[in-house]
Design a protein around this ligand. Structure first.
Ligand SMILES: Cc1ncc(COP(=O)(O)O)c(C=O)c1O
Length: 429
């Protein structure tokens, strides 16, 4: 598994833009080829501040140049090569849908499963294709065999769709939800781990864990929590909606039992793509959300009985993987971290302004939560949009209040300078 993954990463770094050759158009392909060739051997740290390189990457997107989109945490735009593939596959499907969708495009499903599995560091026999993280995670949440009185540990800062799914199980099946409540940001792994492990009782069956908390970007120590949970016979559902393609890890190394993510966030795949991963030995006992011929089958494909779906969207995920690998996971993570810290350290220096996200790469990456004294999130959000055409999102969830700022690989420091100016003016307004 590792060897294949390393091979793919290496291929991405060495051949660079040539992976996009059939899709990106000749001029773009030549530019990207040059950008990669001329930087061969450059470290990810050095590349993180190489603005000529990232300006070239920006050209692979079709983002609006008159709007500064800093809500890539909601959903990310796809590069042009991915958009083109979606359009091409959609047009092909409409030539004779049942023929082109089922007999031609769907032939790509197994190769796609393999590519995604290599990227995640798991076996293809553990990975199912879904339409988003909610679908993947709700398949796990509703598929688990839990009985009245069984306990599930989760936290108030988890994602609402997942919280609602667990609450529905509580109402319907009488399971007990055990709530943790955190004051983020936290820069103490032990303290986080101890909160989860300290909540385990003999009735605990599952920990639901969000790998990167979407509201402010806190990275949770997933591997350590999984290890401690397993030592106590507790399973872990990992909500990786914000971590997959954003920070580097192997899912098998984290060791969680059930894993769900969107691909339209940090992989920049077409909007409406996601995946779930279930450990091989756990597949049999997990019921599918959409019934299968044999619900106790050990075949991961039993989780893909969604009926007719947009094959053109699913299949164009392959182009997004190519794009992601062309940049390389480590380079992407380092650049995203650099961009967050670029604006956040300047913002932190403004009196009355605070960034409630860790600047330490162990606890935070691209996402940052901005707080401006005396202003509500809605006021900051509309000020930035009205005066500077900066698109952000206001957060007011449990004890988290602020404006979430999320750049992506196409964001340039010049955009973030505009943001910092906007924050300064907003504070004084
Ligand atoms: C932590 C987390 N989990 C799950 C989801 C759901 O993702 P999707 O909308 O792709 O289903 C999100 C979306 O923002 C999220 O941030």
């Amino acid at each position: 598994m590792k060897t294949r993954r390393q091979f793919l990463q290496k291929a991405g770094l060495l051949s660079g833009a040539s992976l996009l050759a059939p899709l990106a158009g000749k001029a773009m392909q030549e530019k990207l080829d040059y950008a990669f060739r001329s930087r061969a051997g450059q470290s990810a740290d050095a590349l993180a501040t190489d603005e000529d390189f990232w300006a070239m990457i920006q050209q692979a997107f079709t983002v609006n140049s008159n709007l500064i989109n800093l809500n890539n945490g909601g959903v990310a735009p796809a590069p042009k090569s991915v958009q083109d593939a979606v359009e091409r596959y959609a047009r092909l499907s409409n030539e004779a849908p049942s023929y082109y969708m089922w007999r031609i495009l769907d032939q790509g499903r197994e190769p796609l499963r393999k590519k995604l599995a290599a990227l995640a560091g798991v076996s293809p026999e553990e990975l199912a294709l879904h339409r988003n993280a909610s679908e993947a995670l709700e398949t796990a949440i509703f598929g688990l065999r839990l009985r009245q009185g069984d306990e599930v540990i989760l936290c108030k800062q988890d994602y609402p769709n997942m919280i609602n799914a667990w609450k529905q199980r509580e109402k319907r099946d009488g399971i007990k939800l055990v709530w943790l409540n955190f004051e983020f940001p936290m820069e103490n792994k032990e303290a986080i781990i101890n909160r989860y492990i300290g909540a385990i009782t003999p009735a605990t069956r599952v920990i639901h864990l969000t790998h990167i908390i979407n509201w402010m970007g806190q990275i949770m120590p997933a591997k350590e929590i999984v290890r401690e949970a397993h030592n106590r016979n507790v399973e872990v559902v990992l909500d990786a909606a914000h971590s997959f393609g954003h920070i580097q890890y192997d899912v098998a190394d984290i060791g969680c039992d059930y894993f769900g993510t969107s691909l339209h966030k940090w992989i920049s795949a077409p909007i409406g793509t996601g995946l779930m991963i279930v450990k091989k030995e756990k597949i049999k006992n997990l019921y599918p959300l959409f019934a299968a011929g044999d619900p106790e089958s050990e075949d991961i494909r039993k989780f893909e009985n969604l009926g007719t779906r947009p094959f053109h969207i699913e299949q164009a995920t392959g182009q997004a993987i190519q794009f992601h690998q062309m940049i390389g996971g480590e380079r992407k993570q380092k650049r995203l971290h650099y961009l967050k810290n670029y604006w956040a350290s300047k913002a932190n220096a403004i009196p009355g302004v605070r960034v409630a996200t860790s600047l330490d790469p162990a606890y935070g990456c691209a996402i940052g939560l901005l707080q401006v004294e005396g202003k509500t999130p809605a006021q900051v959000d509309s000020f930035l949009f009205e005066k500077y055409k900066i698109h952000t999102t206001g957060i007011n969830w449990e004890n988290i209040v602020g404006v979430r700022i999320t750049p992506n690989v196409y964001t340039l420091p010049a955009d973030l300078d505009v943001l910092v100016e906007g924050i300064e003016k907003c504070r004084k307004a």
